[in-house]
Ligand binder design. Structure first.
Ligand SMILES: Cc1cc2nc3c(=O)[nH]c(=O)nc-3n(C[C@H](O)[C@H](O)[C@H](O)COP(=O)(O)O)c2cc1C
Length: 393
């Protein structure tokens, strides 16, 4: 049997990352650290030496762990969630398009280096129109509970420019990645909203960008909209069927996943599963961040992820799982919320979840967080097996 103890590399990595956090990152405000990270990613994407090193680190840190989930095949069960590799904000489409085709500009920082290090990554969210996002500060840390909080507000270059940029680099895109498309903030009727989401999708398809999966984000709590209005049965049904019809009309095999909120009622999760079954959604990502008052202005909402989201996201998975069993929904549930270590990931796995997404773990445990978390679960299983063997002896 393969020894699954964390390799020396992972042990050294873990010590180094903790030291970097305590001596550097945590001395900066979360906003400054976030902005510095984006600036570093922008440079690393174009450094062949950094990319080579990232690929070697990835190969040494991760044990093979292929998993078939949500209509696609992943090399590892843990993906980086949407929100890091999402691109710059722009005030309008012409300026975003100009930047997207400028050979000197990298408008989606991290698009090369992050997948090389971390494996499967969800790019986005991208919206139909570019957005500047909310005024900074928009990211915070709550280190005691290993949580993050943000009110970025879907800052991104817009789907047309994102697609043009990725198309310019088509031969260097990662082997596995997702594209997350968010519903347009400020659009209250579902017919227009669904049309805009399909237009976003078409920009990618027209540019020949076919990811391993598409995600439809109906649950961003950080804009002028209340995402709960999108997660009603009729509205969700309209968005999802428009998306799936568009994929079907072009015979695109990439599956649709949908990302939903924590804290919905059991009956609402039940209704959503009924819709996902009816229209053919391949997986549900549960959940997006938890709406809480913003540290900058308590009258506004800023979504919380990490440790504080773990319990509500786990509850959402439990509700969805019981609805899926009752309604014979054969799509997958993808956990997202407080996956920070082996114990939290194992809690989801014990509910039958095959794949998960993380964001806050990237802050607290760095770009090889997934390798650490997966190795902690493997270590736990080894210890359990040893105790079990002893008790049988
Ligand atoms: C700074 C930041 C930006 C985010 N942006 C997005 C986004 O654009 N789209 C999206 O679907 N989720 C976004 N999220 C939510 C994460 O993808 C994830 O659902 C959430 O953080 C819960 O995971 P965690 O508990 O591992 O942090 C963002 C999260 C953070 C912290």
């Amino acid at each position: 049997m393969k020894d699954k103890r964390p390799s020396n590399l992972l042990a050294i990595y873990q010590t180094t990352w903790t030291a970097i956090n305590h001596s550097l990152t945590f001395r900066l405000s979360a906003q400054r650290a976030h902005n510095a990270l984006i600036a570093v990613l922008r440079r690393l994407d174009k450094s062949p030496a950094a990319l080579r090193l990232a690929r070697r680190l990835h190969a040494s840190a991760f044990d093979p762990g292929p998993v078939a989930v949500g209509g696609t095949q992943l090399s590892h069960p843990l993906m980086l969630a949407a929100g890091l590799v999402k691109g710059d904000g722009f005030p309008d489409e012409p300026s975003a398009m100009q930047a997207a085709v400028d050979p000197g500009r990298n408008i989606i920082p991290g698009w090369r280096i992050i997948p090389a290090l971390a494996g499967p990554v969800e790019f986005g969210s991208f919206t139909r129109h570019p957005r500047m996002g909310n005024e900074e500060p928009v990211v915070w840390r709550h280190t005691k509970s290993r949580s993050t909080q943000n009110r970025i507000g879907l800052k991104n270059p817009g789907a047309r420019a994102a697609a043009a940029f990725l198309a310019r680099h088509k031969d260097r895109l990662p082997a596995e990645y997702g594209i997350n498309i968010a519903a347009s903030p400020g659009v209250s009727d579902a017919k227009t909203g669904a049309r805009e989401v399909v237009e976003s999708l078409e920009f990618f398809l027209d540019a020949g960008i076919i990811p391993s999966w598409f995600t439809l984000n109906l649950s961003c709590p950080n804009t002028e909209d209340d995402p709960l209005n999108l997660q009603l049965e009729d509205e969700t049904g309209r968005y999802c069927s428009a998306f799936i019809d568009c994929l079907g009309s072009r015979a695109i095999a990439a599956p649709l996943w949908v990302k939903i909120s924590p804290g919905l009622s059991q009956s609402q999760y039940h209704a959503l599963i009924r819709v996902f079954k009816a229209v053919g959604v391949a997986a549900v990502i549960a959940t997006n961040t938890l709406p809480k008052p913003s540290p900058a202005d308590p009258a506004q909402i800023a979504g919380v992820g990490g440790g504080e989201l773990f319990a509500p996201a786990l509850d959402a998975i439990k509700h969805l799982r019981s609805a899926a069993l009752e309604l014979h929904y054969d799509g997958d549930l993808i956990a997202c919320g407080g996956i920070l270590d082996g114990a939290s990931w194992k809690a989801y796995r014990d509910l039958g979840v095959k794949a998960g997404q993380y964001w806050s773990a990237l802050v607290y445990r760095g770009p090889l967080a997934a390798a650490l978390i997966e190795s902690e679960v493997a270590q736990h299983e080894l210890e359990y097996e040893a105790v079990h063997r002893q008790s049988l002896a």
